[in-house]
Ligand binder design. Structure first.
Ligand SMILES: [Zn+2]
Length: 739
């Protein structure tokens, strides 16, 4: 018989620490002087971006300011003389638009809620650190009487939670050289709530991105030139939003800073992005009670960079002694910002009372009603989620309530779960039997209620399989019918599918049409659970699989990782990887399809060591794509023992076949395969040689009862063979010898 030479890759893997893949399309040039100490992103680009915008449009910033000045000074004098009432709270509707490509930049709702709390406490001087302001400024640290409320209505009235999500690779490129805000275009065309314009005189639009031109954030101050365009919102890097998740406490005031700009404030040293430049002592920020300063990039509370007693003629200050710099001001660059001065609050309130960029419309009761913000929020959606919808029997499943707004009571129903009902907001439930389960949540706001039913919500995995396990993808037309495998696509548009045009063996294999995939992409194939708990520590386990792959161009760098989980898929450890040219150095400019055995490689992973001998082991294949070519997978095999290039077939599967016998054995010419089935069904009979190659196959229309199949084996050379009989979920294998 034909002898096959396999491309054989034996890989003995050690632990790999896999960090989150980072995809950067263009490296922005960083102005180090505009970074805070210890950071590698510029803290703010607001003045740079405004200057660029004006230059591009043939405008001069000074003339813009002059145009708006009359309006602003009118409003400011009213704020100062009290004819615009103090004590009136201005509430501003806020929408966070997250643009992501499935990575860490897709921050959680909770991280946004945290950012909102910080914003509100900072603008109402409710921040815990406000009492620790340098004593010179304690009396002028002010409550701005401005509040922020997540909108609950889109421009068309659609109910939402104040957060939109848009999947687009543009999140990685915040350079925006043409000032046409391609991220905003992506949001307008592709967000998940309302596709259209979100006017800047109705909402404070905050754009959360993976990159903002190499900065933490920027925005555009109110101006007749920008008007109420959506483009003049706040652009902020995801790790400067809130104080946890991708962010941290030291980055958590960047949004307060940018909202200050959005409400008209310049930096404490004036209108540029050049902190620490000595000439800034002679320029003004237009606010009298902020001391003269050149700005800081760290937190030195004793810093005193300009003499307040000898201001130059174009600078005004209300200080009659040489006060230290107000490094704790939100509009400086320090890590310890914690206050606005009274003068800054007055200026922001003046802008909110001018129609410059439509700021005076935001807080009107008519706008709060239109956007569902402030006191206008009402019950509008019942929803919930879990971290992982594939769970193991007995696993504790944490449910998270996503309903809004003003929810006062919860009624959960978990058929098949324990408990089967709950009134907690975020209950924990266990399931004991395999199957797919519905979940219902009814939420109340006073007497009003809404109900969300998710009919096939949670899948409890079947009983863990024992070794050996073999999957050739022969018995299903679609992975969705195959309970052994599930898919997870975290980035990109395509996923693994069963392909019947080519294979390593048999008729089918898995294909990821990466040639046509959007870039970058991450595709995962996740196994059901295996019980390895009966293995003794000194035993060996091998995971083998066959794959076929080509690059599209020599520079492609794509990777196939193998992960294992000992907690049913909650956490994963990397066990093996093939990266870049390890995967293949060969290039095919056309959409790749293997056409012969030699186009395939076999991989044996030997790092499933005794720490993985648990009762709920799961295996994950993860392909990270970068615009290369297709990848195919076949014959995934998990078995006891050292690596072998033979497929180790399942021998002890549950079967609907009875009395499977082979005779004669050994056989010379005609093999009789006899079995009984419980119903009429299609049965595949495959003969494999010792190397795992298919030698012969038949599709039989078996009938209920006893069946006998006569197989001619004259063309097989002498040796050991396996015959595998399979139908649907059932599979059984016996060995025989050709003499
Ligand atoms: Zn700034």
């Amino acid at each position: 018989m034909k002898k096959y030479y396999l491309s054989f890759v034996l890989l003995t893997f050690s632990f790999l620490s896999l960090s989150q893949q980072s995809f950067v399309n263009s490296e922005p040039e960083i102005d180090k002087g505009n970074c805070r100490e210890g950071e590698s992103v510029e803290y703010c680009l607001t003045h740079k971006k405004m200057k660029e915008y004006h230059q591009k449009n043939g405008q001069h910033e000074k003339s813009i300011i002059d145009n708006d000045k009359v309006l602003l000074e009118e409003a400011l004098s009213k704020v100062k003389d009290g004819s615009i009432e103090k004590g009136v709270i201005y509430t501003i509707p806020v929408v966070f638009h997250i643009v992501h490509n499935g990575g860490i930049e897709n921050i959680s709702d909770e991280q946004i809620f945290d950012a909102m709390e910080i914003l509100n406490s900072d603008y109402r001087k409710l921040n815990d650190d406000a009492n620790f302001v340098v004593s010179d400024f304690l009396n002028i640290a002010s409550d701005s009487e401005i509040e922020f409320s997540l909108a609950t209505k889109a421009p068309d009235g659609t109910c939402f939670n104040g957060i939109t999500r848009t999947r687009d690779v543009i999140t990685f490129d915040g350079s925006d050289p043409n000032h046409d805000a391609p991220q905003v275009t992506a949001i307008v065309n592709g967000n998940d709530v309302y596709q259209g314009n979100w006017p800047g005189n109705m909402y404070l639009n905050v754009y959360v991105l993976a990159d903002v031109g190499g900065a933490a954030g920027y925005t555009y101050r109110p101006s007749g030139n920008f008007g109420a365009t959506m483009n003049a919102g706040i652009f902020i890097k995801n790790d400067y939003v809130g104080s946890f998740g991708t962010a941290n406490v030291l980055k958590s005031r960047a949004l307060t800073h940018e909202v200050g700009h959005w409400l008209g404030l310049p930096h404490t040293w004036g209108s540029d992005n050049n902190p620490g430049v000595s000439s800034s002592c002679t320029q003004d920020d237009g606010v009298d009670d902020t001391p003269l300063t050149i700005g800081v990039t760290s937190c030195s509370r004793s810093s005193n960079t300009c003499n307040d007693l000898t201001p130059s003629s174009n600078v005004s200050t209300s200080w009659n002694y040489d006060v230290v710099d107000n490094v704790e001001n939100y509009m400086d660059y320090s890590y310890c910002s914690k206050m606005f001065t009274q003068g800054q609050s007055d200026l922001m309130r003046a802008y909110l009372n001018s129609n410059i960029s439509g700021r005076n419309n935001l807080w009107r009761s008519s706008n709060l009603a239109a956007t569902g913000a402030g006191e206008s929020v009402s019950l509008c959606k019942a929803d919930f989620s879990v971290e992982n919808m594939d769970v193991c029997s007995g696993e504790q499943v944490q449910f998270t309530d996503l309903s809004y707004s003003n929810i006062t009571a919860w009624e959960w129903s978990f058929p098949g779960g324990s408990p089967s009902t709950s009134n907690l907001q975020n209950p924990v439930v266990q399931y004991s039997s395999a199957g797919t389960y519905p979940v219902t949540l009814k939420v109340y706001s006073g007497s009003a209620s809404l109900t969300e039913v998710k009919s096939s919500f949670l899948r409890v995995l079947p009983a863990a399989k024992t070794l050996p396990y073999f999957e050739g993808f022969e018995n299903h037309s679609s992975l969705s019918n195959n309970e052994d495998w599930s898919l997870n696509e975290t980035a990109g548009a395509r996923t693994f599918t069963i392909n019947s045009n080519t294979s390593f063996e048999g008729d089918k294999c898995l294909r990821l049409s990466n040639y046509y995939e959007t870039v970058p992409s991450v595709d995962e194939l996740i196994s059901s659970n295996f019980d390895l708990s009966s293995l003794s520590p000194e035993e060996e386990v091998t995971l083998s699989y066959r794959y076929s792959y080509r690059k599209k161009a020599t520079t492609d760098y794509e990777s196939l990782y193998i992960f294992a989980s000992t907690d049913c898929g909650t956490t994963w450890n990397s066990r093996a990887s093939l990266r870049g040219s390890q995967l293949s150095s060969e290039v095919s400019s056309n959409s790749w399809v293997p056409s012969s055995e030699s186009d395939w490689s076999t991989v044996h992973v030997t790092s499933i060591n005794s720490s993985y001998f648990v009762n709920n082991l799961r295996i994950k294949f993860q392909f990270t794509g970068d615009g290369g070519n297709n990848i195919f997978l076949d014959n995934i095999n998990l078995y006891k023992g050292a690596p072998s290039d033979k497929s180790v077939l399942g021998l002890d599967e549950l079967s609907s076949f009875k009395e499977l016998t082979l005779y004669p054995n050994p056989v010379a010419s005609e093999l009789n395969v006899k079995f009984t089935t419980e119903m009429n069904q299609d049965v595949n009979i495959n003969i494999y040689d010792i190397s795992g190659k298919s030698a012969q196959k038949q599709l039989i229309k078996a009938i209920e009862g006893s069946n006998l199949v006569l197989l001619n084996v004259e063309n097989l050379s002498k040796g050991l063979y396996f015959v595998n009989i399979s139908s649907g979920e059932s599979s059984e294998t016996l060995q025989f010898v050709v003499k």
